[in-house]
Design a protein around this ligand. Structure first.
Ligand code: GDP
Ligand code: IMO
Ligand code: MG
Length: 423
């Protein structure tokens, strides 16, 4: 038996979907534990490319149980769409379970997300995915959320939805903002609820029974540690615990079971949305990395901001997550660069920092202190083992691992399943 948590260690989009798909070869159950359809996890199999938002990335392995845990916020219409989309492409969703305790994202949450962003002044905007994530978690914490189990009683669900939509509409109307058209939204929600009913389960039991039975379980993190609501670059974060601790609260499995924490780490750094980005590259330098890595958001299509590897931030992430194995992705993207930089410390107001400060205001003032490494200037797309990597690539990756204090477990040199090797 093994229970593994896999998390993103930067600002998301590290390649978690791809690595999970590879790891699920030997996995019985994959469980998402936080976030919602703000996530976009890409899996490429053969000539097919899939982008998953709520469905765990184990869905492509027949026989694997895939669970949307209690820690998520779930937009029922979006989930139905995603499931139908997969079924149309010949992927079975029979092994999917939706936690009865997961909270729902309803149309007023999406509007509230857009409304709040519109109210934030320039420089204070978060650049959310506008999927209603923050407002749905707000209602959960405020104890007025609607949970998936409430979709089992349609009359009561309609009543609750209408009641809350009217409350939200008062706020929107007072601000002259768009309101929820309850009559138009309800039929879509009702259809989604009916479609999802057979999948709603007590997943806390499912996960615990699988763990007791000695199954191999993988917890799939979304976003990344630097977007964690407690540990990330607050307030420029998402509204959930993206770090490994979230796997326990978000699924109902005790930390006693967790043996391994995989940290997925890009060989450089990207960020979508607003907020500090200590090693960001601007102009031509940033653009060429974006082009080489095809760095455009899998959910919103926004160009991702790109920069050098930040060992200060990543070491902090690995510590908070307890990462013991690294999956380093997108090594191939650096193939054509004659020189690579790694940020090993920050200078802020003339003072050197070797640990990441908690205050985002300070992070905006960082001058990165870099060490420079020679590139390898050879294609790594077809490399299939550690010893076949160019020597400079091995040295660069070893230096990353040393700086973040974890061992390399997997290296990824392209988006396809085959472009991966374990150490
Ligand atoms: P996630 O949110 O962490 O699952 O990552 P995304 O799917 O949002 O973004 C990662 C992108 O990089 C996707 O388009 C993947 O297909 C792609 N990708 C993953 N690993 C590699 C790799 O090693 N090399 C290259 N070139 N692309 C990769
Ligand atoms: P995956 O799982 C990258 C970012 C948004 C925004 C902030 C808050 O694909 O790695 P939210 O809509 O969550 O309230 O937005 O978080 N963000 C992500 N960035 N990858 C993601 O997911 C993200 N999910 C949210 O861009 O800055
Ligand atoms: Mg993504």
């Amino acid at each position: 038996m093994s229970v593994t948590v896999l998390v993103g260690t930067q600002w998301g989009d590290e390649g978690k979907g791809k690595i999970i798909d590879v790891l699920t070869r030997d996995i019985d159950m994959v469980v998402r534990f936080q976030g919602g359809n703000n996530a976009g996890h890409t899996v490429e199999i053969g000539d097919q490319k899939y982008v998953l938002h709520l469905i765990p990335s184990g869905i492509f392995r027949p026989g694997t149980v895939n669970i949307i845990g209690n820690g998520l916020v779930v937009d029922p219409i979006s989930l139905q769409d995603e499931m139908e989309g997969l079924v149309k492409r010949g992927i079975s969703v029979n092994g999917l379970q939706l936690s009865d305790k997961a909270h729902l994202i309803l149309p007023y949450h999406r509007l509230m997300d857009a409304f709040k962003e519109s109210q934030r002044a320039e420089g204070k905007k978060i650049g959310t995915t506008k999927r209603g994530i923050g407002p749905a978690y707000t209602d959960k914490a405020d104890r007025c959320g609607i949970r998936a189990l409430e979709m089992l009683d349609l009359a009561a669900f309609k009543e609750r939805f209408t009641e809350y939509a009217e409350k939200y509409n008062q706020i929107f109307a007072a601000a002259g903002f768009e309101t929820v058209d309850v009559a138009a939204e309800w039929p879509k929600l009702e259809a989604a609820a009916k479609y999802l009913q057979p999948y709603i389960k007590d997943t806390v039991l499912s996960v615990n029974m699988a763990a007791k039975a000695g199954k191999n379980i993988l917890f799939e993190g979304a976003q990344g540690a630097l977007l964690d609501v407690d540990h990330g670059t607050y307030p420029f974060v998402t509204s959930s615990n993206t770090t490994s601790g979230g796997a326990c609260t978000g699924t109902g499995l005790s930390p006693r079971y967790i043996e391994e924490v995989y940290g997925v780490i890009k060989a450089y750094t990207t960020r979508v949305g607003e907020g500090p980005f200590q090693t960001e590259l601007y102009g031509e330098e940033g653009e060429s990395l974006r082009k080489a890595g095809n760095e455009y958001g899998a959910t919103t299509g926004r160009p991702r901001r790109c920069g050098w590897f930040d060992a200060v931030a990543s070491r902090y992430s690995c510590m908070v997550n307890g990462v013991n194995k690294l999956a380093i992705t997108k090594v191939d993207v650096l193939d054509d660069l004659p020189e690579l930089k790694i940020c090993i410390a920050y200078e802020i107001d003339g003072k050197r920092y070797s640990e990441m400060p908690s205050d985002s205001k300070l992070l905006y003032k960082v001058t990165p202190i870099y060490e420079t490494h020679p590139g390898w200037m050879t294609s790594t797309d077809n490399v299939c083992c550690w010893n076949d990597l160019p020597e400079n690539a091995r040295k660069y990756l070893q230096r990353l691992a040393e700086l973040v204090d974890a061992e390399i477990g997997i290296v990824s040199v392209g988006p396809k399943r085959e472009q991966t090797f374990e150490l």
